[in-house]
Design a protein around this ligand. Structure first.
Ligand code: SF4
Length: 526
């Protein structure tokens, strides 16, 4: 074995020597190796703040708008990017490396698209764009391709003519203490995170309220008009650093004016999957949420706050495991020189605070009885199928969410949407989900991979399963009516007195109309 390695090295050496001799004969000097370096421009000083526009985007319209308002309240100039579309995907593919997952193409291309627009339509010279704009985004160390996003941004920026454009990173795993290196213009301190969390949670509240009301609105467009007014109100409040709870109470009044009819049985469809694919509202997921509503469904979304809880859970879980080691480890999140029990106590406080703030916000806006997932429960039920130590994307959460949805009758159908080739979601979760659906044959589960094209295929696959979910919602509604012993007209007359759009019936079964009927008859269990 060693002999053959030596032989190979001898051949390599001989070849190099031969090349060297031949080059000299031809008068060609040996070329020094050229290594690629990521220059990673990060300088953003405090005195540049007034003249620098921070571009951001990647969540929903509500989140991006509210984050813009919240950070403007701290003295930053911000501009949210449009929701990524097909043109963003095209530019992402043109300037990105091959083999990326499509959120990279969409989000990287979206930034390039905006800069090209500033240059070609806005008439701003490229050096001024590089000097006066920066992009702020989330990053992580992996383990999936998310760890390489920031490098992809820089590669695409260089290749599209914006070399030197700064991309600043907020480490998803970094918690509240993050060093920004030379980027002293961006102070990632307590005020920053408080503002960010307030905006994200308020955005979650608006989205959750919208998806509860819109499918049942009597006059088409009322919900979107009220949500626009709420977004404006909340953005102004965050910009003034005013009282978000009071603003949410005012939103509640605006939303409660919408006329609704919840006596129409509709299939409730829970959207899970890869974080970006299930969150975006544009061509990145073929406008999945709006498509489902147009097909007569009620959509159950995952709030971004649940993702924050998952991150806290990861730290808690890993810290508990580290405390069991014979010695403290020196890894990035290792406990060498740290007090593990204190870290656990701080994480416990962080989790309680997230739940308390979110609870206060949801109560203020009128999302009665909305509950964030219990992350320990999700981890426990899914662990036997998807090991909790596997990380990347949503980890074990997709599996746990599907199981909870079926066991607790939270929705009639579950769609798991993920980019084509997503390592944790299509590579692992979808494989595991076939076992889950075999164990829960009553589950209506549709796994969708997106590549940016094939929209009609995706929609037709969803329509087929949605038909089954519709039938299930209708039969569940009929059963609920029968259980009350009342006629449908009598129940409708009672329902007409329930005029508040946010008066969402308590959960007994999956369907909102069936729950409404049971609530009118004061039936709390089946
Ligand atoms: S979770 Fe999937 S789609 Fe998202 S970055 Fe990782 S590999 Fe890509």
């Amino acid at each position: 074995m060693n002999k053959s390695v030596m032989d190979f090295e001898d051949i390599e050496r001989e070849l190099r020597a031969f090349e060297d001799v031949e080059r000299r004969k031809l008068g060609l000097a040996p070329e020094p190796p050229k290594h690629w370096r990521d220059l990673n421009p990060q300088t953003f000083t405090a005195d540049e703040r007034a003249t620098t526009t921070i571009l951001l985007g990647g969540l929903t319209l509500a989140h991006d708008t509210l984050v813009t308002g919240a950070l403007a309240g701290l003295g930053y100039k911000l501009q949210p990017l449009d929701c990524p579309d097909g043109e963003a995907l095209r530019l992402g593919k043109e300037f990105g490396n091959r083999g990326q997952c499509n959120p990279t193409y969409f989000t990287v291309g979206n930034l390039v698209k905006h800069l090209v627009h500033l240059r070609d339509v806005g008439g701003i010279p490229t050096p001024d764009i590089i000097r006066n704009y920066i992009f702020f985004t989330a990053g992580a160390c992996g383990p999936c391709r998310f760890g390489t996003y920031v490098t992809e941004y820089r590669k695409a920026l260089v290749d599209s003519g914006f070399a030197g454009f700064r991309v600043l990173l907020f480490q998803q795993q970094g918690g509240i203490k993050q060093a920004t290196g030379e980027a002293t213009g961006l102070a990632l301190n307590t005020s920053f995170f408080k503002a960010l969390i307030a905006a994200v949670m308020a955005g979650d509240c608006l989205n959750l309220a919208g998806y509860r009301i819109r499918p049942y609105e009597v006059h088409r467009g009322d919900t979107d008009a009220a949500l626009l007014a709420c977004r404006t109100l909340l953005t102004d409040t965050l910009r003034r650093r005013g009282n978000v709870l009071l603003a949410l109470l005012r939103c509640r009044r605006l939303l409660n004016r919408i006329a609704v009819n919840r006596m129409r049985p509709k299939p409730k469809v829970s959207i899970i999957g890869e974080f970006w694919a299930m969150t975006t509202e544009g061509e990145g997921n073929h406008r999945l949420q709006r498509f489902l509503e147009a097909e007569g469904a009620e959509v159950d979304i995952q709030p971004v706050t649940a993702w924050i809880l998952y991150n806290i859970w990861e730290h808690q879980h890993d810290t508990r495991k580290r405390l069991m080691l014979r010695g403290a480890d020196e890894g990035m999140f290792g406990l060498r020189g740290k007090d593990g029990r204190r870290k656990l106590a701080l994480l416990w406080v962080a989790e309680r605070m997230v739940r308390a703030i979110f609870g206060a916000y949801t109560r203020a806006i009128g999302l009665n009885a909305y509950e964030l997932p219990d992350m320990d429960e999700v981890a426990t039920i899914s662990h036997q199928y998807y090991d909790n130590h596997l990380r990347g994307g949503e980890g074990h959460m997709e599996v746990g969410k599907l199981m909870q949805t079926v066991e607790q009758r939270k929705a009639h159908m579950v769609i798991s949407i993920k980019p084509f080739g997503c390592m944790p979601s299509s590579g692992v979760s979808d494989g595991v989900q076939s076992l889950i659906t075999a164990r829960y044959p009553e589950a209506i589960f549709t796994a969708i991979e997106t590549t940016g094209d094939g929209e009609v295929n995706v929609q037709s696959r969803i329509q087929m399963d949605l038909f089954k979910a519709k039938k299930r919602a209708e039969s569940e509604f009929r059963d609920a009516v029968q259980r009350t012993g009342l006629t449908e007209p009598a129940l409708e007359a009672k329902a007409r007195k329930k005029t508040k759009a946010l008066a969402y019936p308590s959960h007994v079964v999956a369907g909102t109309a069936a729950n409404q009927v049971l609530e009118l008859a004061k039936i709390t269990t089946l």
